[in-house]
Design a binder for this molecule. Sequence first.
Ligand SMILES: *[C@@H]1O[C@H](CO)[C@@H](O)[C@H](O)[C@H]1NC(C)=O
Ligand SMILES: *[C@@H]1O[C@H](CO)[C@@H](O)[C@H](O)[C@H]1NC(C)=O
Ligand SMILES: *[C@@H]1O[C@H](CO)[C@@H](O)[C@H](O)[C@H]1NC(C)=O
Ligand SMILES: *[C@@H]1O[C@H](CO)[C@@H](O)[C@H](O)[C@H]1NC(C)=O
Ligand SMILES: *[C@@H]1O[C@H](CO)[C@@H](O)[C@H](O)[C@H]1NC(C)=O
Ligand SMILES: *[C@@H]1O[C@H](CO)[C@@H](O)[C@H](O)[C@H]1NC(C)=O
Ligand SMILES: *[C@@H]1O[C@H](CO)[C@@H](O)[C@H](O)[C@H]1NC(C)=O
Length: 463
Amino acid sequence: MERGSRTFAGFVVLCSIRYLSSIPSGAFIGINIGMEFMRDLPSANDVLFILKSHHVTHVRLYDADHQMLNALANTGIAVMVGVNNDELHKIGENQTAAADWVNKNVAAFLPKTNITAIAVGNEVLTTYQSGAPHLVPAMNLLYHALVATNLDLKVKVSSPHSMDTIALPYFPPSTATFNPKIITTMYLYLQFLKNTESFFMLNAHPYYGYTTGNATSSIDYALLKPRLARSKQIVDSNTGLRYLSMFDAMVDAAYYSMGALNFSGMPVVVTESGWPSIGGANEPDATMENAQTYVTNLIHRVFDKCGSPSQPQFPTSTYIYELFNEDIRPGPLSKKNWGLFYTNGTAMHSQDLIMVKGNRNSSGCMVFCVAKKDAKESALEAALNWACGIGNASCGAIQKGQPCYKPNNLHSHASYAFNDYYQRMRSSGGTSCDFWGTAIITTKDPSKISAKGSLIPLIFHIE
Ligand SMILES: *[C@@H]1O[C@H](CO)[C@@H](O)[C@H](O)[C@H]1NC(C)=O
Ligand SMILES: *[C@@H]1O[C@H](CO)[C@@H](O)[C@H](O)[C@H]1NC(C)=O
Ligand SMILES: *[C@@H]1O[C@H](CO)[C@@H](O)[C@H](O)[C@H]1NC(C)=O
Ligand SMILES: *[C@@H]1O[C@H](CO)[C@@H](O)[C@H](O)[C@H]1NC(C)=O
Ligand SMILES: *[C@@H]1O[C@H](CO)[C@@H](O)[C@H](O)[C@H]1NC(C)=O
Ligand SMILES: *[C@@H]1O[C@H](CO)[C@@H](O)[C@H](O)[C@H]1NC(C)=O
Ligand SMILES: *[C@@H]1O[C@H](CO)[C@@H](O)[C@H](O)[C@H]1NC(C)=O
């Protein structure tokens, strides 16, 4: 089978189709850790604690900070490291410099630190034009350095692009094309991805699409609201595909732009997407509520469905932007406020966020293991103690002061621990969700049934 060719069964699109070797099977949610513009840097170990207590499985670093890479050792967390834009020139012209970079920042940390990708520069074609001629040469030389160290199958090389690489208007997506100004470099970039079985990296921010757009779309469409009213959905008249969110339209615009250059079969991974929680007087859409809504809906979007409308076979794995606010980032107030957590680990959007792991069963439903509503308190208590003790469930997050402590009741804590145990057992082949009759499998996510209704799991982990 040709790489990436579709295996549609009639009109039924299966989400569980084999993915390219370059993409871990299944969709994942990761998080961006940008700390360049923070006044008070948390220690690498503090960052790690936050990542672990929220079951984060994938992170993107904007550089290759050695303290972070050391802290991430032996965690299994998949790490994308970054080459800074101002390093491109040197690396693109000098094989020795490229080899040095790979040796110092990648080879030296593998296999302990699970480095899986190098993001070469960030938004180079739209924000760092002088680096553009060096981009693909740098990618090539880094790739050769990986080949030389036998790491090319383990570590993919790509480069994140902004939506500005696509000519406006990018709706309908089927008509999207890359901006003519950058097309030569884009072509070489795509050729590189094709040759090395890598993937397209896209920074997709509906916040900007909405706030700088022509008010042709509703905020609900931008915020990925589920069950969007039909009148707010947008249909691509060329393909008949119905767009329920700007996020999907952006991802498809990238696929169609690649298609216009005759490239296909390469997945888009969204390397940044988020929403600011605070903005200046002229930035009314940057609110805590919108930020929480967007991030929550984004996580559900990535996990609940197939990929984008035109490419359902590629789930849209996404790195949320970003872990912390970058309080000294230049620019408008909104630029500084995309973080999900305070550096002390408290979630910014809600004190009550509950993080759970979920798995799909073989019919593709998300399943969770939770405490039964009518379970006897004494039995529940014993089961909880077993899960957190002998059972080895990771119960740090439900301790006092930790992110999943609230709501503080036996039922919620037991559900958290049961689910943690169950998901891990499932990953290694086991399946029991029983806990002496106190637990039950459900497809509703436990945060919704255990708490006030608006509570949503933040980071899922799907096998
Ligand atoms: C590294 O991350 C990838 C992607 O999540 C995962 O498949 C792999 O098992 C991880 N490797 C280790 C050694 O944990
Ligand atoms: C290439 O890079 C290496 C290592 O960084 C450096 O020692 C060397 O001087 C560079 N060569 C040129 C021609 O710049
Ligand atoms: C807004 O409309 C103008 C004029 O029709 C067009 O040139 C521009 O590309 C549009 N912007 C967006 C973001 O679609
Ligand atoms: C794409 O392929 C078609 C059909 O083979 C061809 O007509 C077209 O010129 C190609 N476009 C590009 C940009 O290479
Ligand atoms: C964490 O920091 C934030 C902001 O400074 C503060 O509001 C919150 O109470 C702190 N949380 C804890 C547990 O100290
Ligand atoms: C998956 O879960 C759903 C909902 O609980 C259930 O209806 C279905 O039978 C399950 N499939 C398998 C194969 O267990
Ligand atoms: C918990 O971990 C210990 C030590 O790694 C192991 O011996 C034990 O079998 C584990 N228990 C379960 C229920 O997995």
